[in-house]
Design a protein around this ligand. Structure first.
Ligand SMILES: [Zn+2]
Length: 159
């Protein structure tokens, strides 16, 4: 993705009422070429943040997500809904976003990589290579990932 500055990112979250909750990580080491969107998690673990250039108006959009870890003690396999990486237990989290203007009455959830680092995972830049390996061509995987993410954001009127 096109690089964004800290100021641009803060401005992208401008409409968020819960401003004290905004946490922006250090951006110095971000390899923007390896990102299709920028996602990160609040140190408290209760929120995720998503920044992307909108395919609708070209503006940088910031979305705050509610994050919850998924329970269950039995070891199981989980798949990220965006990048289709297959994790062992604990690798995914439920992220939810409210429909813009609904004051939290309408919520859309998605089970994705717990660290929102799908862009890196899809390029095999972090973590173990997927043990359920996919043979799909990288641009096709990126396209699928973005399509899923955009569809979700569009439902919440945050694309
Ligand atoms: Zn993922």
């Amino acid at each position: 993705m096109q690089a964004a500055t800290r100021d641009e990112i803060e401005a992208a979250f401008g409409g968020w009422t819960d401003k004290e909750e905004l946490f922006v990580p250090t951006l110095d080491e971000i390899d923007w070429d390896a990102r299709d969107f920028l996602g990160w998690v609040h140190p408290g673990g209760h929120r995720g943040y998503l920044v992307h250039w909108s395919p609708v108006d070209g503006e940088l959009k910031g979305t705050v997500l509610r994050r919850s870890r998924r329970g269950g003690k039995k070891p199981h396999v989980e798949m990220c809904a965006w990048c289709h990486h297959v994790h062992y237990s604990g690798g995914t989290a439920m992220f939810s976003v409210s429909l813009k203007g609904s004051h939290g009455r309408h919520i859309f959830g998605n089970v994705v990589c717990a660290d929102l680092a799908c862009s890196l995972r899809i390029r095999n830049l972090i973590g173990a290579p997927p043990w359920a390996s996919e043979t799909m061509y990288l641009p096709a995987r990126i396209w699928r990932m973005q399509r899923k993410m955009h569809k979700w954001l569009r439902k919440a009127d945050r694309l």
